[in-house]
Design a protein around this ligand. Sequence first.
Ligand SMILES: O=P(O)(O)OC[C@H]1O[C@H](OP(=O)(O)OP(=O)(O)O)[C@H](O)[C@@H]1O
Ligand SMILES: O=c1cc[nH]c(=O)[nH]1
Ligand SMILES: [Mg+2]
Length: 210
Amino acid sequence: MQESVKVLDHPVIKHKISILRDINTGSTEFRSIIKEISIILAYEATKDLDLEEFELETPVATTTGYRISGKKLGIVPILRAGLGMVDGVLEVLPAAKIGHIGMYRDEETLQPVEYYSKLPNDVENRDIMVVDPMLATGGSACDAIGRLKEKGCKDIKLLSIIAAPEGVKKLHEEHPDVEIFIAQLDEGLNENSYIVPGLGDAGDRLFGTK
Ligand SMILES: O=P(O)(O)OC[C@H]1O[C@H](OP(=O)(O)OP(=O)(O)O)[C@H](O)[C@@H]1O
Ligand SMILES: O=c1cc[nH]c(=O)[nH]1
Ligand SMILES: [Mg+2]
């Protein structure tokens, strides 16, 4: 896999992904694990943030402290399922602004259909993390990222829980500048373009709609 895909490789993540995959896992536990993994993905995706030094007093000594500096950040969930990742990323980056892009995959054509968009006014000045638990064909993520680029965004990362190689390939082809952070790379897509083995429909499992 190319260098611009970072896969979390950790026994605890593998354990938690298995709970997500399990058909018997209910929405409460599903939501909680999506949030937990999103926190870890957010740490990975922010390894390159700039820091500035400052002097601070501990109860024992004067030392050098560090604070995040540089460009402001934005989190953009792709509705609905992306909403499940927002709280986790916000735990790591509480000052980030949040934009929303609503998209669903047409069940016949499998093409993404946009139905909502509300982004921060200064979105073009922010480093953006697009969040969506599932990267399947890659159509939804590619369109959402294309929309953000139209608005002037230059530094965009994608955070997903599970990806199919087909989605990663499409994203690389259409947006080679976008780094991808995932918790798990799966085998591929089935005839309905669902990720195999996957976890089913992330939106339905998060929100209990099926
Ligand atoms: O890579 P793709 O082939 O485009 O598929 C992935 C998309 O499908 C799911 O959303 P869905 O259309 O089910 O909408 P939902 O979040 O409202 O359930 C998922 O959350 C992604 O947005
Ligand atoms: O496996 C998949 C594919 C698309 N969307 C999902 O929620 N799951
Ligand atoms: Mg869905």
